[in-house]
Design a protein around this ligand. Structure first.
Ligand code: NDP
Ligand SMILES: O=CC(=O)O
Length: 324
């Protein structure tokens, strides 16, 4: 008999057919308590869970006694209580690598659009306000040959450094837990402590996962260390930056501007002060959102679940220590 799985994300037809060939699939709209209650029998029997969004914690695990593997369509896994999964012997699979280059492109888009005021001036032109030659009040700041500080020199950090170094001749600083010799050799990147990175960077780029250690790693004190001309970019996770402190820093000129793909609450509330600031570029968490990359992520997530439940896990496992 094929293992039962819960799917909480719509898949393209070919990937859904592949999943159906291996599993008995119940598709649900989400994994909210209401949805779990509505499909209680299927959740009880499911050995696998595939999707993205929604918390997978002790409460959900209690409703899924047969669960053996989760497969998330994301690289970040802060929605999962990994300790609880590991304690139960449930493997967690994710989709690193396939999205790395696309997210680095998004980061550079935020660097360029915040420095050159692309979205602000686009709105200005479309509002019919371009009536005469522009003057200094519309100028931006240069990106090329400036200093880019990368907070989190992992897969995406490396891809961002590559773009900044070779494409824009930028100096690269980085902060991570360990030394990244490859970044130093290939991109001339310099390892430094957080304080030095904040003080010396023209662009501070946050590409960190959300963990207990990274929560509010950038707060009022850290923003004060940045240059008044500096721009903060966040493509990691919203709660790594204290959003209230960021709003104050943007309002009082502590820093120059920000480019944000992620927020403390998503979707960002419509009345957030961030949305009223002209010196902030906001995106709706689109780091990996291209047709090609989202397809690749879903494809990897399907393969990951097949490997975890019916084959051999060779990559993409968050908690390999539970694999028997
Ligand atoms: N906006 C979006 O759509 C997307 C956002 N993301 C986010 O980006 C994150 C990074 O992805 P990826 O590059 O693939 O992940 P990696 O695991 O490859 O890189 C994470 C980096 O963060 C560093 N790090 C982790 N904790 C700390 C800490 N406490 N202090 C300093 N450095 C730390 C790691 O340091 P070390 O190298 O020393 O281990 C590593 O360099 C994801 O976890 C996700 O949250 C990812 C994809 C899309
Ligand atoms: O935020 C996206 C991810 O893949 O993580």
């Amino acid at each position: 008999m094929k293992p039962a799985v819960i799917l909480y994300k719509s898949l393209p037809d070919d990937l859904r057919a592949k999943l159906d060939a291996h599993f008995t699939v119940t598709e649900v709209s989400d994994i909210s308590p209401e949805s779990v209650k509505q499909h209680a029998a299927q959740f009880q029997q499911a050995q696998g869970l595939l999707g993205s969004g929604g918390k997978v914690n002790g409460d959900l695990l209690a409703q899924m006694p047969a669960l053996r593997a989760c497969s998330t369509v994301s690289v970040g896994y802060d929605n999962f209580d990994v300790a609880a999964l590991s304690q139960r012997g449930v493997v967690l699979m994710h989709t690193p690598t396939v999205l790395t280059e696309t997210v680095a492109d998004t980061l550079m888009a935020l660097v360029l659009s915040s420095a050159r005021r692309v979205t602000e001036l686009d709105a200005w032109v479309k509002a019919g306000q371009w009536q005469a030659s522009i003057g200094p009040q519309h100028y931006g700041v240069d990106v090329h040959h400036k200093t880019l500080g990368i907070l989190g020199m992992g897969r995406i950090g490396m891809a961002a450094a590559q773009r900044a170094h070779f494409g824009f001749g930028m100096n690269i600083l980085y902060n991570a837990r360990r030394q990244h010799s490859e970044a130093e050799t290939r991109f001339g990147a310099r390892a430094c402590d957080l304080e030095t990175l904040l003080k010396e960077s023209d662009f501070v780029c946050v590409i960190l996962p959300m963990t207990e250690q990274t929560h509010h790693m950038i707060g009022a004190a850290q923003l004060k260390l940045m240059k008044p001309s500096a721009i903060l970019i966040n493509v990691g996770r919203g709660p790594v930056v204290d959003e209230q402190a960021l709003i104050s820093a943007l309002q009082d000129g502590t820093i120059h501007a920000a480019g944000l793909d992620v927020f403390e609450q998503e979707p960002v509330p419509a009345d957030s002060a961030l949305l009223k600031l002209p010196n902030v570029v906001t995106l709706p968490h689109i780091g990996s959102a291209t047709h090609e990359t989202r397809y690749g992520m879903m494809s990897d997530a399907v393969d990951n679940l097949i490997a975890a439940l019916t084959g051999k896990i060779e990559k993409n496992c968050v908690n390999p220590e539970v694999v028997k």
